[in-house]
Design a protein around this ligand. Structure first.
Ligand code: AMP
Ligand code: GLY
Length: 416
């Protein structure tokens, strides 16, 4: 089989790494890929949201299956275009991708199908919003409706900061049309966890859980990032909690998808806030998480290519997914300054000295004239499988071998 993976992050490197171990795969391409994907796949110089050129490439190269990493092409309708052209693609169509592309759409879906989530209101008019927020207590959460590169959520401690967030989105349009609508919701307390599910025609097959570290500094301090460390599984996911999630979240999602006329095949990433034994849904994403993928896929013992094909044909079963009992930990090396301004293009050295029992996924790198250069805020993810304490100590023992200017990382990942 000939496979095309779309995207250029650590998630896509982990996907290509795992797919390259699949019995089914003869040719693997990654568009546009990065300095790591090229060691397991052929990089193709087409941007992830250039749907027309991706379609042309898939047709010309007789691609049997395309797997979409990031959300943007899904929200833009890449699946609809590929399916119209008769090509296999793993990812939801534009209608279902609204579960990530519009917070209001996702909240309406959750409310109408009895899925536990924070109480909310949606506003398009600033004056209505300024009146409406009196229904909430503080802190409250203001969310721009659309895709805002992870910057659309503001936790507001008081009325003044809520007014500011509402004005920025609805009046000053700092998020453009992505912020024309705003969701205001109650603040939930507890511990966050991520659950990625393979979805085959509206049926959910949960993978192992994961815990993402969002803040840039140790002790969960500083601004939010895309995720700078992760481990799997989340210790909160006891058999009892998994059963509760199956009954109170996954089953209602499956019924809701059917009832609302979706035909969802792809990944549904459920972001949870868990307090005691009470799981509530914070958000949906319609794609693999990053860095969740870097800790979940190394634990998958089954053939990932086979899972994708079975999900598409509707033949996937729970038994098709076998998981390694051992946890997995990843620590992301970042460019100094991230998630604010940072520089790219610094040479990376030392990766050939890493021990063989670590896996290195590239988040933001590129190869130029034989040199590996930094090419993003998140640069590399150093990953180890083993008991938490042992895996984390193997990572931190070797992390100093990798060097690039302004290298930065958290020192408390998986310190349980
Ligand atoms: P989202 O993009 O909706 O996941 O929001 C980004 C982050 O904001 C989440 O991972 C949480 O850390 C935080 N967050 C979002 N909604 C809430 C909420 N209702 N209560 C508490 N924290 C939240
Ligand atoms: N790590 C969170 C995300 O992928 O959205």
């Amino acid at each position: 089989m000939r496979i095309l993976v779309i995207g250029s992050g650590g998630r896509e490197h982990a996907l290509c790494w795992k797919l390259s171990q699949s019995e089914l795969i003869e040719e693997l391409y990654c568009a546009p890929g990065n300095g790591g994907t090229s060691s397991v796949a052929t990089n193709v110089g087409i941007a992830a949201n250039d749907i027309d050129r991706l379609l042309e490439f898939a047709q010309e190269n007789e691609i049997d299956l395309t797997i979409v990493g990031p959300e943007e092409p899904l929200v833009l309708g890449i699946t609809d275009s590929f399916e119209e052209a008769g090509l296999n693609i793993f990812g939801p169509n534009a209608f279902s991708a609204q579960l990530e592309g519009s917070k209001d759409f996702a909240k309406r879906f959750m409310m109408s199908h009895g899925i536990p989530t924070a109480r909310y209101r949606t506003y398009t008019d600033l004056n209505d919003a300024l009146k409406g927020i009196d229904e909430f207590t503080y802190p409250l959460v203001v969310k721009a409706d659309g895709l805002c590169l992870g910057k659309g959520v503001t936790i507001c401690e008081d009325r003044l900061s809520a007014e500011k967030a509402l004005k920025e989105s609805l009046q000053d349009k700092i998020f453009g049309k992505e912020g024309d609508r705003v969701v205001v919701e109650e603040f939930l307390t507890g511990t966050e966890a991520s659950l990625l599910c393979f979805v085959s025609h509206n049926k959910l097959f949960p993978m192992e859980s994961a815990k993402d570290y969002k803040q840039i500094y140790d002790g969960d301090k500083g601004p939010n990032t895309g995720g700078v460390g992760c481990f799997s599984p989340s210790p909160l996911f006891t058999p009892q909690l998994k059963q509760k999630i199956r009954d109170s979240v996954l089953d209602p999602i499956e019924r809701g998808l059917e009832k609302d006329g979706h035909d969802f095949t792809g990944i549904l990433f459920i972001g949870f806030m868990i307090e005691g034994d009470d799981p509530k849904v914070l958000e949906f994403n319609v794609r693999f998480g990053d860095p969740e993928t870097e800790v979940v896929l190394p634990r998958l013992k089954s053939d990932l290519g086979e899972i994708f094909f079975k999900a598409l044909s509707g033949d996937l079963k729970e038994e098709d997914m076998e998981w390694d009992e051992d946890p997995c930990v990843t620590v992301v090396l970042t460019s100094g300054g991230y998630p604010g301004y940072y520089r790219k293009g610094y040479e990376i050295s030392g990766i050939e000295m890493l021990p063989e029992d670590l896996v290195l996924f590239h988040n933001g790198t590129r190869l130029e004239a034989g040199k590996l250069l930094t090419n993003g805020g998140r640069v590399l993810s150093l990953t180890a499988t083993g008991a938490y304490e042992e895996a984390r100590s193997r990572i931190y023992k070797s992390i100093g071998l990798i060097d690039f200017k302004d290298k930065s990382y958290r020192t408390d990942i998986a310190k349980l």
